[in-house]
Design a protein around this ligand. Structure first.
Ligand SMILES: Cc1cc2nc3c(=O)[nH]c(=O)nc-3n(C[C@H](O)[C@H](O)[C@H](O)COP(=O)(O)OP(=O)(O)OC[C@H]3O[C@@H](n4cnc5c(N)ncnc54)[C@H](O)[C@@H]3O)c2cc1C
Length: 586
């Protein structure tokens, strides 16, 4: 079968002409792999811009000065493609039409404006995506930028020279990275986001520690407001007006409100566009025309947690599927593309945060019976110097325990936890698998019970009914609430929106049971969840029927409700110290 993977066939004797549209993440990977498996293929890479194979993920760090040599982003040049790979990389050549019947593309050479045709046996599309530019007044003014490629980066670097005040519109990954980097450059930065939190695909309590870290570093947040217009003066930007009428002075505006997949070439050629707006693909990244492949930001992937076909505009999957498509086009054989899990991580000053799979909000919106457990801990053994705070949120399916996703935020060790969960999800693991993982441990690296183990234990206890969890933002007004912390801790971090909570220290609980009503649904809380678990087990064995542990306890509740409560009235804590000294065993 031509599509089955045959190791012996990963080297072809045929001489196909393989044309590739787009010469960066997916396209360059496809070209290089095609050559490695087929020395005889004729391979031409078309790139409408001036650079092929550059590291677009590194662009913000050149702008901020962390990467000091711009040219380090230029991973391969047309010369390297020609000399090492015998691949023709034609820069400033744009493919403008596909004739699927004649198996031919029409190309525009932007240097000469010449149009010409090129025939193919196999065609690979990796045209990427284009930053969305909101249709507001002033958006074309000098000083207003988007960031996608080297040219954009160079323009921003030029604009930076005169700039003092920047407004970054849109607080996704690129917006966050740029807010940080512009701040590193000494600009006064405001980050504007239409949703009520940055990184809108995170659950709120995971975004909140980032909010605080960003504000601590002097970047102003304007949440829940969109961009209404851009004001100009003297031929450049002078400010922005937000949807609530607020005006912010600015001499540099970066628009990072998302990207639109470049699918018009494919759509005009009659290729099927999927429900998520990307080019529909099969297991081998073939489009509805088996001689045409699509990868990267413009393509659809099977999203593992739900099985839906979705766009996943991230670099890793573009590179890996580019490689796959390159091989399949060159040999007719490849291993099928695995599902995408949307694993992503971002840094904001001293914190990192990331997600794999579904947030709780997204899982429930997808109709899944999802539950979640929070753990507030350290990135390595608490007693070893340098232990940094880390919070994990594990999302899993009720009944089956299938892991649906995880989010992580903290000052260190975030990427490691995300990657473990990504691996587990790739292998279709459940919380029992996570609880049993034999992870590397010595005090400088982790804990004997890693935060991921602790999250899995909490999830197991939840599903086993040993310690049922409720979510941090739950309305507690109808519950009897017991807070088992030391009184001094309550002053430092009150239990948000629970003025009726009764404070009984864990160590006194057995002696003061008579102060509580065992017939009432009861929620137990502490600082981060551990003492509440111990308390819950005491109550459960003393006649209390309906008991819940507030997942992530006062810390996560504070994060979850802080912005909702109109802010500023409540204590703002950093990720708190976990209750490691009480007992580590769950
Ligand atoms: C600033 C920035 C930071 C990022 N950081 C991260 C990160 O940290 N982690 C992560 O996972 N992802 C990150 N990404 C996303 C990642 O870069 C993309 O997901 C990835 O580049 C997509 O690969 P692609 O091949 O689909 O598109 P691209 O890499 O954008 O390549 C598409 C190329 O096709 C060309 N093209 C389009 N149409 C035509 C045509 N008709 N003819 C010829 N050429 C054409 C375009 O000019 C473009 O150069 C970042 C992106 C940006 C912009």
């Amino acid at each position: 079968m031509e599509t089955m993977f045959q190791p012996s066939s990963v080297q072809a004797e045929t001489e196909p002409t393989i044309l590739i549209v787009g010469g960066v993440a997916g396209g360059a990977s496809a070209a290089a792999r095609a050559r490695r498996v087929n020395e005889r293929a004729r391979i031409i890479l078309f790139e409408r811009d001036a650079h092929v194979s550059f590291a677009n993920c590194g662009l913000p760090y050149v702008i901020g000065g962390e990467i000091t040599e711009r040219d380090k982003l230029l991973i391969a040049t047309p010369e390297l493609f020609r000399e090492r790979f015998r691949i023709e990389a034609r820069i400033r050549h744009e493919v403008i039409a596909i004739d699927r019947v004649a198996k031919r593309v029409t190309v525009k050479d932007h240097a000469t404006d010449r149009l010409y045709d090129e025939s193919y046996d196999k065609l690979i599309l990796s045209p990427g995506a284009t930053p969305i530019v909101p249709a507001v007044a002033g958006v074309t003014a000098p000083g207003v930028f988007t960031l996608r490629n080297i040219e954009d980066m160079d323009r921003i670097m030029t604009g930076l020279a005169q700039a003092r005040q920047a407004v970054v519109v849109g607080a996704g990954y690129i917006g966050l990275e740029m807010a940080e980097q512009l701040s590193h450059r000494g600009l006064e930065v405001t980050l504007v986001e239409l949703q009520s939190q940055i990184m809108p695909f995170f659950d709120p309590e995971i975004a909140e520690p980032l909010h605080r870290e960003i504000e601590r570093n002097g970047v102003r947040l304007e949440l829940g407001r969109g961009l209404a217009s851009i004001e100009t003066a003297g031929g450049g930007v002078s400010g922005v007006v937000l949807s609530d009428g607020k005006r912010l002075a600015a001499d540099l505006v970066l628009l990072s409100v998302g990207v639109r997949p470049n699918v018009s070439l494919a759509a005009d050629a009659g290729l099927r566009i999927g429900a998520s707006g990307g080019i529909a693909t099969d297991d081998f990244m073939r489009t509805s025309d088996p001689d045409i492949y699509a990868v990267g930001d413009a393509a659809e992937y099977v999203f593992g947690p739900t099985g839906e076909h979705l766009r996943v505009p991230l670099a890793g999957i573009a590179n890996r599927t580019g490689r796959l498509a390159g091989q399949h086009a060159a040999t007719g054989s490849a291993r099928p593309a695995p599902a995408a899990w949307g694993t992503a991580v971002v840094r904001a000053f001293g914190y990192a945060a990331g997600i794999v799979g579904l947030s709780l909000r997204a899982a429930r919106a997808a109709g899944l019976p999802a539950r979640a457990a929070h753990v507030v801990s350290y990135h390595h053994a608490s007693y070893y110097p340098g232990a940094a705070p880390l919070a994990v949120k594990l999302v899993y399916e009720d009944g089956t325990g299938r892991v649906l996703g995880a989010q992580c935020v903290g000052a260190a060790g975030v990427d490691k936890r995300l990657d473990v969960i990504a691996t587990l999800m790739h292998l279709r693991g459940c919380i029992d698998d996570l609880a049993g993982l034999d992870l590397a441990y010595a005090p400088p690296f982790g804990s004997a019970k890693d935060p991921l183990h602790m999250a899995a234990f909490a999830a197991q206890n939840d599903l086993d009914g040993l310690s049922r969890l409720i979510q941090p933002a739950e309305d507690l007004s109808a519950y009897q609430v017991v807070d088992v912390r030391e009184p001094a801790e309550l002053l430092e971090l009150p239990l948000s929106q629970a003025p009726h909570a009764k404070n009984i220290r864990l160590d006194e609980l057995r002696d003061r049971l008579h102060e509580l009503d065992p017939s009432r649904p009861t929620v137990v809380s502490c600082r981060s969840g551990q003492r509440a678990y111990f308390a819950l087990r005491i109550l459960a064995q003393n006649g209390f029927g309906e008991l819940y542990n507030l997942s992530g306890a006062a810390a996560m509740r504070d994060f979850a409700l802080y912005r909702k409560s109109g802010a500023a009235t409540e204590t703002q804590v950093e990720l708190p110290r976990p209750e490691h000294l009480v007992d580590r065993a769950r």
